[in-house]
Write a new protein. Structure first.
Lengths: 331, 488
């Protein structure tokens, strides 16, 4: 056990771990701190962790406000129940951490903000290849359904996916999809030692993935961007130098440049660095700066050919939390 | 009418909720399993470049991202009309075998195991992974943790990351392995085979040697005579990575065998207004509601289903265990839901043996792990067997490879109807005259847990078990009684 965790505890703190609209990967990542999970158990009583322990929501509701010392909240906010839990845990937790990409910036499911509830329901329940002929009554899930035996309720599915800090005030952010075990443990150590940056900070490194990447970098002069299926990149040379959109240039360090190690471009899952207000704007300007042309028509062609989906490329993980947030609604 | 709400994770929201209604006599009138969330991947992936799909769809599930990653890669092979070279196929299957062995280990020891190893009637506080460790010893716990740690380390080595790999592409994978990595993978694989054999021994000693457990497994409460689905190779043996989909009926007779691209001819999906999750069923049989039998299109796609539809296993040790399971439980097919745990261990052994076979294959370190596509992209289907059921990805694109249509049938979703039926049957067997018997909580939980459900890929319960709470309400919604497996 680390020294930090075994310092004589005055009283054990209370810890809550919660998932909203999430894939479960953050929970797996947390378990990958391995034996250090025992240090966490030594320092905290876990009052809520739905995937691992038996804490109940009604018990949390009965606690005094501020009665939880630390809450790790993963997942984004898509339904009325997730919103309720975010509000409840905000009230009860002294320190609320947006854990992972979904809670911090919306992650991949945040790309749903390019659509709305109606079009998502139409696709899933009406147009889906295997439902189309089978749903002649055009049934859709309802908030309230009257069955012969009684009424069934579903949470309301909102039009827009929100990050945690678009829903409640967040104290700290832990980046990554999911965060790497080493970074999770570093954050826990900082919290246990009371060695925390100002509220609102991201708990992570302040370099970029490029700084962690061992590939050889040259002068970037791009005449053509390639999609990943179009070339087999050299394993030693910078992927961006080879014309692949590698997001490492704008992405916060902390993973050790794992994806480039298997010859795949960084996809930007750790989001932007300190001081970057909009990750997509940062990445797109970085990519634009390596285009080797001053002819507007040629530049347009290079971008149109190699980057057919700019929003999905530059805002892959960050759309919901970005300045763009969502597609403009039809008036 | 009285209502009992079971919230598996005891939250107001959550990823799965059960409502049981009692009639005036206090008998179970109906039970509903509700899935209260949806994320809409089938919509928001449209407009994205198709090659993004292995990474985008991995985010459907952080527990089984490898399954989505590979189903997507296979769908891309079809969309781009490109055949991956033999080395790429072997690498993908090797990666997948390691994942399978790791995932099945987690389920048996942490999720399903406590019911049998510690016992279904043991005090709830002991009926968890810690109880398992206490019963079987610390050295076993060490083996389980090592198995999981090694598996994740190898997945990271091959696929780039331990959770959400970034490796699959149309026509192959982004990187191969060298000899040092191969040797490491093979060494860990040989240990995995021994671990799997040991796990089957644990099952023998703890479960099969206990007549009360055998009676529980073979008892009527946990039986459903449905169709079964699973992937088979050219010799009709179980395969997780590639093959045809075979469906057999309640009597074991073959209903269909088809290439994944034909899935729409055989599978349809039912929509109900009270849950966000659809109910897949066999199109040619039809939807008759949540009932079993030859005339109902409800099917299961579980480890037991895969054993039921196959003629056998492709590796020798797993084949011997497969034969022993059917000899013990009275031949094929087996409809006892709880036997799914046994089938999962047979599959664990198969995955470990296949892992070694592929790691020892001289071609596995080949440099031909990618073929660049040249055809115009259009449409394609990719299937793998996810641990929790047949996983289908279906994409259509424009000529630039931009997605125009996405349909996904996810592992657990196949079992939505069967899980609902299992829950209802357990409730009907255990609730009479309005009295909720103590055994209800864990028995219902066991009906649910055999499927290893992963709703929104999230009711997954690690490393303990799914906490359950039953709330008994009067007609006005007032709480009459609250039962919990745990002390408040």
């Amino acid at each position: 056990m680390s020294q930090t965790a075994t310092q004589p505890a005055k009283t054990k703190g209370k810890l809550a771990i919660y998932w909203a609209a999430s894939c479960g990967g953050c929970e797996i990542a947390l378990l990958q701190i391995d034996a250090k999970i025992l240090d966490v158990a030594a320092a905290f009583d876990v009052v809520l962790w739905p995937c691992a322990t038996d804490g109940k929501v009604h018990q949390i509701e009965q606690m005094a406000d501020g009665g939880i010392d630390l809450c790790f909240f993963n997942g984004s906010i898509r339904t009325s129940e997730q919103e309720y839990m975010a509000q409840l845990l905000r009230r009860k937790a002294k320190v609320l951490v947006a854990f992972g990409s979904c809670a911090s910036e919306g992650c991949i499911p945040g790309l749903a903000n390019l659509n709305d509830r109606q079009s998502i329901f139409d696709t899933v329940y009406k147009e889906g290849s295997a439902t189309a002929p089978e749903n002649p009554g055009d049934l859709r899930p309802q908030h309230e359904t009257q069955m012969p035996e009684g009424t069934l309720h579903l949470p309301v599915f909102y039009d827009t996916l929100k990050t945690l800090d678009q829903t409640v005030e967040v104290d700290y952010f832990l980046p990554g999809c999911p965060p790497e075990a080493e970074r999770i443990w570093a954050a826990i150590e900082a919290i246990l030692a009371g060695n925390l940056p100002p509220r609102g900070s991201t708990l992570g490194l302040t370099t970029t993935v490029c700084d962690e990447c061992k590939r050889k970098r040259g002068e970037k002069k791009i005449k053509k961007f390639y999609r990943t299926w179009q070339i087999i990149p050299d394993e030693e040379t910078c992927l961006l130098d080879q014309g692949l959109i590698c997001c490492g240039i704008a992405t916060r360090a902390g993973c050790g440049a794992l994806c480039p190690q298997v010859n795949s471009p960084c996809i930007g899952c750790h989001g932007g660095n300190d001081g970057v207000e909009d990750y997509g704007a940062r990445l797109s300007s970085a990519v634009a700066s390596v285009i080797d042309s001053s002819d507007p028509d040629e530049i347009e062609r290079i971008i149109a050919d190699g980057i057919p989906d700019p929003v999905g490329t530059f805002y892959r993980f960050s759309l919901a939390g970005s300045l763009l947030r969502r597609k403009k609604r039809d008036s | 009418m009285k209502r009992i709400s079971i919230d598996p994770i005891t939250r107001l929201e959550g990823h799965g909720k059960i409502d049981i209604f009692l009639d005036e006599a206090g008998e179970v009138a109906n039970a509903y399993l509700q899935i209260p969330e949806l994320r809409g991947f089938e919509k928001f992936c449209v407009g994205r470049p198709a090659e993004e799909m292995p990474n985008l769809t991995a985010r459907i599930c952080g527990v089984c991202p490898e399954a989505h990653h590979l189903a997507a890669s296979k769908a891309l092979d079809a969309v781009f009309g490109v055949e991956p070279p033999p080395t790429a196929k072997k690498l993908r299957e090797l990666f997948y075998s390691i994942f399978y062995a790791t995932d099945h280990t987690t389920h048996f020891y942490a999720l399903g195991g406590p019911d049998f190893v510690v016992g279904p009637d043991a005090p709830p506080a002991e009926r968890n992974i810690l109880g398992v460790i206490k019963k079987v010893g610390m050295d076993v716990a060490g083996k389980v943790l090592k198995m999981r740690r090694d598996g994740h380390a190898l997945i990271k080595m091959i696929g780039g990351r331990a959770v959400h790999p970034n490796w699959g592409l149309p026509g192959g994978v982004s990187k191969g392995i060298d000899e040092a990595q191969r040797a490491e993978i093979e060494a860990r694989g040989r240990e995995a085979v021994e671990f799997a054999r040991f796990s089957l021994k644990v099952f023998d000693q703890v479960v099969l040697a206990n007549t009360a457990y055998v009676e529980l497994i073979t008892g009527d409460v946990f039986v459903h005579r449905t169709y079964n689905m699973g992937m088979v190779d050219a010799q009709n043996r179980t395969n997780f990575y590639d093959g045809q989909i075979r469906v057999t009926g309640p009597s074991g007779k073959e209903h269909a065998k088809y290439a994944p691209a034909q899935y729409r001819e055989f599978v349809a999906e039912r929509v109900e207004p009270w849950t966000y999750l659809k109910f897949p069923y066999l199109r040619k049989i039809g939807w008759k509601g949540l009932v079993d039998g030859e005339d109902s299109g409800v099917y299961k796609a579980t480890p037991l289903s895969r054993c039921n539809v196959a003629d056998g296993m492709a590796t020798p040790l797993a084949q011997a265990e497969y034969e022993r399971m059917y000899a013990t439980l009275g031949g094929k097919p087996i409809h006892h839901t709880l036997a799914t745990h046994w089938a999962r261990l047979v599959e664990l052994l198969y995955a470990a043996e296949r892992w070694v076979e592929l790691a020892a294959d001289p071609g596995i370190t080949g440099k031909d792990y990618r073929t660049l596509p040249t055809a115009t992209p259009s449409e394609g289907v990719g299937c793998v067997e996810a641990p929790r059921g047949t996983l289908t990805h279906h994409y259509a694109t424009d000529e630039r490879g931009i997605l125009t249509k996405v349909n996904l049938i996810v592992g657990t979703t196949n079992n939505n109807a069967a899980i609902s039926m299992s829950v209802k049957k357990a409730a009907q067997a255990l609730i009479h005259k309005g009295q909720v018997r103590e055994g209800l909580l864990n028995r219902v939980e066991m009906a649910f847990r055999a499927y290893d459900p992963c709703f929104g890929c999230a009711t997954h319960s690690l490393p303990g078990q799914m906490p359950l709470e039953v709330t008994l309400r009067g007609p006005d919604g007032q709480v009459i009684e609250r039962l919990s497996q745990y002390c408040h």
